[in-house]
Design a binder for this molecule. Structure first.
Ligand code: NAI
Ligand code: MG
Length: 363
């Protein structure tokens, strides 16, 4: 039997509450399938760990994680620990050490999901964002001069390498080709006269290798407006680290909210483990109350199944999420319901079972 070894980092706030539920769904899928199983190893890293030990993860944390097939992460960050520490010393270290240069974020309006836009049909919002995840504006390069003095200066560099731009664009083109969808590049070549002119140039060069893929290029400000007014224009989208971060939150807002937004951090060469996570944070305002929506975490578990080559299960999990939304009776408060985190998951599992006509046999 195939064994998938997963490092689980539940993290802070609602992180553990939603990750527990994603693990329940994964275990159920494995049980129903019978040809593979999961081996979960839990790591207590995060802000609580930081307050006790002065670090977000073990000193040799990266080498501990390296032997796993994937990482399943909740959320990190909590009041009391500065956000730049919790982000840089855990999440970003993992993304960078494991060269997870693709951040794949589906923005799909599932049936039954709330949408703040008027007159939008389900099929109008059906995008996959391919966000550059290893360099760009989040390269962490810069300097802080004359700290605290009147002539204080801060420089934050954007780092765009030819290799880095080419590989993310090729990944996006391959995805567009495979899915027979158009590819849109989002940049800002008019104002960012080095980095984004370079980005646009490389997009043009790489697109010459894919004459069969329809392409579009937008400036990020126009793209933000169009994502709201004409979201159907976007199918596969490739963009830089910062723009991708911001636009996918906008995407989450038009496709059901943060409780439904999932993301995968991929090392496509599979040299290192990839990481799957809901994109929301630790939501301290609702932590510990059983109110967190587990669907984003469960959606990211379905992305994990896709990545492991169990696309059938990836699809089944996603359609179970959709069935729960459509039925509308077991939703958490962010989606207007009164169900607890656990109850929503229970319904997903019920849908998953009925999906494959095995109700009664299980649970
Ligand atoms: P957040 O995503 O935690 O919360 C924003 C809003 O969305 C809140 O009203 C929250 O209640 C709601 N929300 C988030 N997830 C939800 C869920 N599963 N179900 C229902 N409602 C949900 O973002 P915020 O408040 O800006 O950040 C809180 C902490 O999380 C900070 O320390 C921040 O640094 C960290 N953070 C961590 C991320 C990660 O680990 N990937 C991503 C974003 C923020
Ligand atoms: Mg973000």
């Amino acid at each position: 039997m195939k064994v998938h070894k997963i490092a689980v980092i539940p993290g802070d706030g609602v992180g553990p509450e939603v990750i527990r539920e994603g693990v329940r769904v994964l275990e159920k899928a494995a049980e129903l399938d019978g040809s593979f199983r999961f081996e979960f190893t839990w790591f207590p890293w995060g802000c609580e760990y930081y307050l006790k030990n002065g670090r977000m993860m073990d000193e040799d944390g990266i080498s501990q994680l390296e032997k796993f097939d994937a990482i399943y992460l909740g959320a990190v960050g909590y009041p009391g620990v500065p956000d730049h520490i919790s982000l840089w010393d855990l999440l970003l270290v993992i993304r960078k050490s494991f060269d997870q240069y693709v951040n794949l974020r589906p923005i799909v309006l599932l049936k039954g999901a709330p949408c703040p836009l008027k007159d939008v049909k389900r099929e109008d919002i059906d995008m996959i964002f391919v966000r550059e995840n290893s360099e760009g504006e989040y390269a962490g390069s810069g300097s802080w001069l004359y700290r605290g003095k009147p002539n204080e200066v801060v420089i934050q560099d954007g780092v765009f390498s030819r290799a880095g731009c080419e590989r993310i664009m090729r990944y996006a083109f391959e995805l567009a080709r495979e899915k027979k969808k158009s590819l849109t590049s989002i940049s800002k070549g008019n104002a960012l006269n080095y980095s984004m002119v370079f980005w646009d140039q490389i997009f043009k060069e790489v697109s010459a290798e894919y004459p069969d893929v329809e392409t579009h290029s937008y400036l990020v400000d126009a793209a933000s407006m169009l994502m709201v007014k004409e979201p159907w224009r976007f199918e596969i989208v490739v963009t830089s680290n910062l723009f991708g971060d911001i636009l996918t939150d906008l995407g989450a807002a038009i496709a059901g909210g943060m409780g439904l937004a999932a993301g995968a951090n991929l090392n496509p060469e599979r040299k290192y483990p990839s990481m799957f996570e809901p994109i929301h944070g630790s939501a301290p305002d609702i932590a510990g109350q059983g109110k967190a929506n587990p669907l984003a975490a469960i959606w990211s578990a379905s992305q994990m199944m896709d990545f492991f080559g169990h696309e059938d299960w990836g699809k089944k999990i996603l359609s179970s999420i959709e069935a729960v939304l459509e039925e509308g009776k077991s939703l958490t408060p962010d989606l207007g319901g009164t169900a607890t985190t656990e109850e929503t998951t229970g319904k997903v599992i019920e849908m998953l079972c009925s999906n494959i006509k095995c109700m009664g046999k299980l649970e």
